[in-house]
Design a protein around this ligand. Structure first.
Ligand SMILES: [Zn+2]
Length: 293
């Protein structure tokens, strides 16, 4: 049985509540939408917290962004043009969530691309996450800045100095993409606090992408992974560590499999073991001195 319009609006409210409870949007930030037919999209209203939405607050727009439920006193979000640009680019996409999850937004504001080959969950469920150049929010150009980066496999894009946009074929799956990108970015920031990172080897990355393919999730990087060239953007993340002593990862110019350039080993350790041990000793000495032992 197909869900009723009311049930779909309820789902919009439920997801809004989760977004707010997770702290992904403060105040009235963020917006999400659900494509319910070829020319109709449910979308969140402007100027309201996503944490306390009621079904009658959810608006309906056409594929040009015109609000069609004219009797609704709530007005559609001004960011709907970004959502519509994604729906027009990818017919398989049925839901879009734009949000400001703090850990992922920190990467977007620092201009540091999301590194690859660190955590299996992120590789399988997000894949490659591109970063769009900053564009003024609600400007029409925001949509194009995102859609030009989207391939058939993309489900999450960082918006430079702004936040994230996630998209998938259900609203709940889209919400999970949002949760995963922020959890991954939180892990990345904690790794930086520890001071060293261990990237998956070319073999480990290849094996992981084969498992992903077996799940039915294609990833074009599988052609490239055996050459150790997944992670061309990792250097920017590693360079934020206080003592970078080795290159971030292998890099290549391969466009879908033909490797033309590689460099450095994939198992980068930005802090040497000796430097790390010296740091541990220094901290231990300080603790012992304070406790008088
Ligand atoms: Zn925003």
């Amino acid at each position: 049985m197909n869900p009723s319009l009311f049930q779909l609006k309820q789902e919009m409210c439920e997801v809004g509540s989760r977004i707010w409870q997770k702290g992904f949007c403060a105040g009235n930030e963020g917006n999400h939408s659900l494509r319910i037919s070829d020319d109709r999209v449910l979308c969140t209203p402007t100027g309201l917290s996503k944490g306390f939405l009621k079904p009658d607050m959810i608006t309906i727009v056409d594929m040009d962004g015109a609000q069609v439920d004219k009797e609704n006193k709530y007005k559609r979000t001004s960011e709907i043009l970004l959502h519509l640009a994604i729906y027009k680019k990818r017919a398989d996409v049925k839901a879009v969530i734009h949000s400001h999850p703090p850990h992922a937004t920190a990467f977007a504001c620092a201009g540091v691309p999301i590194p690859e080959g660190v955590h299996p969950e992120a590789e399988v469920f997000l894949g490659k996450v591109p970063t769009a150049k900053y564009t003024t929010p609600s400007y029409a150009g925001l949509g194009e800045s995102v859609t030009k980066l989207i391939t058939a496999e993309t489900n999450t894009v960082l918006l430079g100095n702004h936040g994230t946009v996630s998209f998938a074929n259900t609203l709940m799956d889209t919400y999970y993409k949002l949760e995963i990108i922020d959890a991954y970015c939180r892990i990345l920031l904690l790794i930086k606090q520890i001071g060293k990172v261990n990237f998956l080897s070319a073999q480990e990355m290849t094996d992981l992408l084969k498992v992903k393919a077996a799940f039915g999730i294609p990833d074009a990087r599988l052609k490239c992974a055996p050459s150790g060239c997944v992670g061309v953007d990792n250097e920017a993340y590693v360079s934020t560590f206080p003592d970078t002593t080795t290159a971030a990862s292998a890099a290549c110019d391969c466009a879908g499999g033909t490797v033309t350039r590689t460099s450095a080993a994939p198992n980068a350790q930005p802090v040497t073991d000796a430097a790390f041990e010296a740091l541990v000793k220094q901290v231990t000495d300080q603790i012992l001195a304070k406790t008088g032992r």
